[in-house]
Design a protein around this ligand. Structure first.
Ligand SMILES: [Zn+2]
Length: 307
C-alpha cells in the first residue's frame, strides 16, 4: 500500500468548494496536516480529479496514511453518493463520488455529506450541545440539523434556505416566493438596502450605514433579522433545539445581527414554549472542514459527542 498501512490511523477531513479545497488530517503523534489548493481554472472533470489525486499522493507521501476520510460537499448528491447537481462545477454532474473516493483512498473508510450538515455537526460538537440547528447566512442560506448528537436527516441535506417564511415575499432563485434566503441572504439584504437608498449598496456600505444608524441600512438588516427570527421560531416549534447557531460570512460580518435575531425571536415566544437560544457560530469559515473531520472520526468509531 503506498504510504503505509491505512490502519495506522490518520483521519482526513476534506472541505470541497467551488473554487478551492481545504484538507486537514490528524493522527496521534503526528503534526496536523493543513493544506488548501485551488481547482484549475475552467478545468474539466478529468483535470479536477487528476488535481485531487496529486493532492492525495502529496498527503500520503509527505504526512502518512489515513484510515478514514470525511468529505464536505456543496453539491447535491443522491443517497448512493453520485453528484446530481453542482452549478459551480457542472462537469461533476453524474460523477460516482463514493466510487472515486474508494479509488483515491483504497482500504480507508470514506463518507460524503452536505457541507451545511457538517457545519452544523461541527458547531454543535464545539459547544457540546446535542440538539442544534445551524443557519449559515452568506451568498445563500445553508445549514443543518443535529439531533441527539447526529446529523439529521443523514445524507440528504436540510434545505433551510428554501424554508418559506413569507409566501408573498421576495422571489427566490428557485422560482418560489418567500424562501428564507430570498429575504435574508447577503445579496437579498444588500438589494433591499440599495432600493431604499436609491443606489447600489456594497457590504462595506451596509456595515457603515448600520454603524451610523442610517434608516436604509437599519431597515434592510431588520427585515433580514425578522425573517431569520421567523425561521428560528418555526424550527423551535418543530424540533425544539436547545440552540440555533447563526454563522456564515454575511452574518459574521455584521455585529449586532445575531443578537437582534435572538431578541426578535424571543418576542414571538408563546406560553409554555420558549424559543431556542440564538448564538453566533464559533468556527467561522472552518465549520465544514471541522465537520468533515468529525465525519471521518465517526467512521473510525472514534470519540463522538454521545460516546
Ligand atoms: Zn427557494
Amino acid at each position: 500500500m503506498p504510504g503505509g498501512d491505512p490502519r495506522d490511523g490518520g483521519v482526513l477531513g476534506v472541505d470541497v468548494g467551488g473554487t478551492k479545497v481545504a484538507l486537514r488530517a490528524e493522527a496521534p503523534g503526528r503534526p496536523t496536516y493543513d493544506r488548501t489548493f485551488h481547482w484549475p481554472r475552467e478545468a474539466d472533470l478529468a483535470t479536477d480529479l487528476a488535481t485531487l489525486a496529486a493532492e492525495v499522493t502529496r498527503l500520503r507521501d509527505g504526512w502518512g496514511p489515513v484510515a478514514a476520510v470525511g468529505v464536505a460537499m456543496p453539491a447535491t448528491t443522491d443517497p448512493a453518493g453520485t453528484v446530481t447537481t453542482w452549478p459551480n462545477r457542472p462537469g461533476w454532474t453524474g460523477l460516482d463520488l463514493t466510487g472515486e473516493l474508494r479509488r483515491l483512498f483504497p482500504g480507508a473508510a470514506t463518507a460524503v455529506a452536505d457541507d451545511g450538515d457538517l457545519a452544523a455537526l461541527a458547531e454543535a460538537r464545539h459547544v457540546g450541545c446535542d440538539d442544534v440547528v445551524y443557519l449559515g447566512v452568506g451568498t445563500g442560506i445553508g445549514g443543518g440539523v443535529v439531533w441527539e448528537g447526529r446529523s439529521v436527516p443523514g445524507r440528504s441535506s436540510a434545505e433551510i434556505g428554501h424554508m418559506v417564511v413569507a409566501l408573498d415575499g421576495e422571489r427566490c432563485d428557485c422560482g418560489r416566493r418567500g424562501c428564507l434566503q430570498a429575504i435574508a441572504s447577503g445579496p437579498a439584504t444588500l438589494r433591499r438596502a440599495g432600493i431604499a437608498r436609491g443606489v447600489a449598496v456594497s457590504f462595506d456600505d451596509l456595515r457603515a450605514g448600520l454603524r451610523d444608524g442610517l434608516p436604509w441600512a437599519v431597515e434592510a438588516v431588520h427585515a433580514t433579522c425578522t425573517a431569520l427570527a421567523a425561521a428560528v421560531v418555526s424550527l423551535g416549534e418543530l424540533l425544539a433545539p436547545t440552540v440555533v447557531i447563526v454563522g456564515g460570512g454575511f452574518a459574521g460580518g455584521l455585529p449586532g445581527l445575531v443578537p437582534l435575531v435572538g431578541h426578535t425571536a424571543r418576542m414571538s415566544a408563546r406560553p409554555g414554549r420558549p424559543v431556542p437560544v440564538v448564538t453566533a457560530a464559533a468556527l467561522g469559515g472552518l465549520s465544514s472542514l471541522h465537520g468533515a473531520l468529525w465525519l471521518a472520526h465517526d467512521l473510525t468509531g472514534g470519540p463522538g459527542l454521545r460516546r
